[in-house]
Ligand binder design. Structure first.
Ligand SMILES: C[S@@+](CC[C@H](N)C(=O)[O-])C[C@H]1O[C@@H](n2cnc3c(N)ncnc32)[C@H](O)[C@@H]1O
Length: 323
């Protein structure tokens, strides 16, 4: 039983990702735009959701709503327009691994990493093709290690779910192994106060181990097998025929609003590193233009039917040294 003060503290944090930073699965990717999984647990209780209920989150982000409901055995549908964020949510929602096979695969992966290191492959990692922004965020040593890990994952002979898990661990490694400090990503890398970067190999190793432990933890808690979770990559404003009329019992969401949070801008390091985009123009045209306007800087991007506005935005960024 919580005291009144404890309850107030919990509610205060519902709108932040603070609780989720420490929670199994939720912590696989730190999405500052995300909310607390405890908020979803509280709403499930308040609205007496049952195993037959269906919840819709039209702006599901990195999947907090669906991950929490899946753990509670409640069906859910999530929609997300940002392709990278959608991929994060999808990866966090796949728990149907044979865990002993996964363990063997991860061991096999480490062996190929060690082999590569012993054969001096790290220094041959091709970092040159990455946009300048990525170079500004890392020492050359850490960047070579990260690119070597990325390429080893791509070459690794395994199923896509296992590779996605490894890719997500590497995604989470990026910010920790970066020397980009306070103020990032709102101010240019040339102006932020640099922080100490964590060594890439040991950070990645730790995060893969943590993900495996989280999977052991959640699957040991008897998640109901028939709980359904449908993720849709698309625009919440569109008609989605996969959601039948009158099929939703409750909508829980945190929509984009004008708080100057630019979801596309926030993920550019990850998108550049993994090759989802190679320039600001790519991000503007392929991601920003699909999202509801949440930042004043986005207005030109959203209006960009041709490349003209995107180019204007690109130039603005270049002058602050971001691209
Ligand atoms: C406040 S965040 C939601 C975060 C989520 N509650 C979580 O915990 O991860 C809003 C999300 O809406 C997404 N979004 C923006 N425009 C959208 C659209 N037209 N359709 C669907 N999703 C959109 C953004 O990419 C962002 O991830």
């Amino acid at each position: 039983m919580l005291t009144q003060q404890e309850s107030r503290v919990q509610v205060k944090d519902y709108g932040t990702f603070k609780d989720s930073l420490r929670a199994p699965v939720h912590r696989w990717f730190q999405y500052p735009a995300g909310y607390s999984y405890k908020f979803i647990e509280a709403k499930a209780k308040e609205y007496r959701l049952a195993a037959s209920s269906w919840v819709l989150d039209p702006f599901v982000g990195c999947g907090t709503t669906c991950v929490t409901l899946k753990q509670l055995g409640i069906n859910s549908i999530g929609i997300e327009a940002h392709p990278f964020v959608y991929w994060v949510a999808k990866t966090k929602l796949y728990w149907e691994f044979d865990l002993s096979n996964l363990h063997a695969d991860i061991e096999r992966f480490w062996r190929s990493v060690l082999e590569g290191i012993n054969h001096g492959q790290v220094s041959f990692a091709d970092t040159k093709s990455l946009p300048p922004l990525v170079h500004k965020c890392f020492s050359q040593d850490n960047l070579s290690k990260l690119v070597f890990l990325r390429d080893t994952i791509e070459r690794f002979a395994s199923d896509e779910h296992t590779k996605d898990l490894l890719r997500l661990a590497l995604t989470a490694t990026l910010r920790l192994a970066s020397r980009a400090g306070a103020g990032w990503p709102y101010i240019a890398p040339s102006r932020y106060h640099e922080k100490h970067e964590q060594e890439a190999f040991s950070t990645f190793y730790r995060l893969v181990g943590q993900m495996y432990q989280d999977l052991l933890y959640i699957t040991a808690r008897a998640v109901p097998q028939d709980t359904q979770c449908l993720l849709i990559q698309g625009d919440a404003r569109d008609h989605h025929p996969t959601i039948p009329p009158s099929s939703i019992d409750l909508v829980i969401t945190s929509p984009p609003y004008l708080n100057n949070y630019d979801y596309a801008d926030r993920t550019r390091l990850e998108m550049y590193f993994f090759g989802w985009a190679s320039s600001w123009r790519d991000i503007t045209q392929n991601v920003r233009a699909r999202l509801i306007t949440a930042a004043t800087t986005q207005i030109t991007g959203n209006n960009a039917e041709s490349g003209t506005s995107a180019t204007t935005r690109y130039k603005t960024h270049s002058t602050t040294g971001l691209c």
